[in-house]
Ligand binder design. Structure first.
Ligand SMILES: [Zn+2]
Length: 267
């Protein structure tokens, strides 16, 4: 089956990111498929979970991944949420780190050895444990523990799975990472409201079901809710229209947007 093509890719997409002017009080958002995003806070660029697979790869992705490892350029930070290959990818992350030579890699402390073994220099890393934060280029990345089925915690390394609340340029957004509800999530998130945008997985299996993502919106009322983590890896997918239709029924005030891969949007 042919992959869903990206709206923009490679040089054309990077031109769009580079030339988009992001005024104060806004953030530029480009969805790069799955949990991979480019966020532009003013002039500070932050990528999440760089993931690239070409069309002939043995892992047949359902959609095109629009940036090659060497095209994750101009980043101040590359934020990685957890050790699964669609998030901390041995085939993409080392190339992305080389392509953005001044970027810091924000990742769970749990994954320092894993990332270093794939070629990410330890001195480039900014490891977080969960419930802590890192600031660079006027953007603060706050790590929110995530339960990816289980809420794994280690006294030395902190939480195994993370999501990130990012704040800069007068905007606060929340990329949850791969997550399912757990006791304490609501209280952590409630303290950080309001959010200008949240990015929520909807693929179920070991992630939020789309109705759980609707419930998140009912509880936390973000200004914009964007579904992610679907139509990439076979078996982990969902029709995003089910999410937006359920929102329209149950949370009619909630703004939402189904993004195209490679498409930019100003929040
Ligand atoms: Zn995932």
């Amino acid at each position: 089956m042919p992959r869903t093509p990206a709206f923009r890719r490679s040089a054309e997409l990077n031109y769009d990111i580079r030339t988009t002017v992001v005024k104060a009080g806004h953030v530029g958002v480009w969805w790069l498929g799955q949990a991979t995003f480019c966020f532009k806070f003013g002039s500070t660029i932050v990528y999440t979970d760089p993931f690239y697979r070409d069309a002939n790869h043995s892992l047949q992705t359902l959609s095109e991944t629009p940036l090659k490892p060497g095209e994750f350029v101009n980043a101040a930070m590359i934020c990685c949420t957890h050790e699964h290959l669609d998030h901390i990818d041995p085939e993409t992350l080392p190339g992305a780190v080389k392509a953005s030579p001044s970027a810091r890699v924000v990742l769970p402390m749990w994954n320092v050895k894993f990332a270093s073994e794939m070629g990410v220099p330890v001195e480039r890393m900014a490891p977080l444990r969960g419930d802590d934060a890192y600031t660079l280029g006027g953007v603060t990345i706050r790590a929110i523990p995530a339960a990816h089925m289980t809420l794994d915690h280690d006294r030395k390394k902190g939480y195994r799975y993370l999501g990130y609340v990012m704040e800069g340029n007068g905007v606060r957004i929340y990329h949850t990472g791969d997550i399912q509800p757990y006791p304490g999530w609501y209280e952590r998130v409630k303290k950080l409201e309001p959010f200008d945008a949240v990015f929520l997985p909807i693929s179920a299996v070991d992630n939020l079901h789309y109705l759980q993502a609707v419930y998140f919106c009912a509880l936390h009322k973000p200004k914009l809710a964007v579904p992610m983590h679907y139509n990439m890896v076979p078996g982990y997918t969902e029709d995003p229209a089910k999410f937006t239709e359920a929102l329209a029924r149950n949370c009619p005030e909630q703004k939402t947007r189904i993004m195209k891969i490679g498409e930019g949007w100003m929040v």
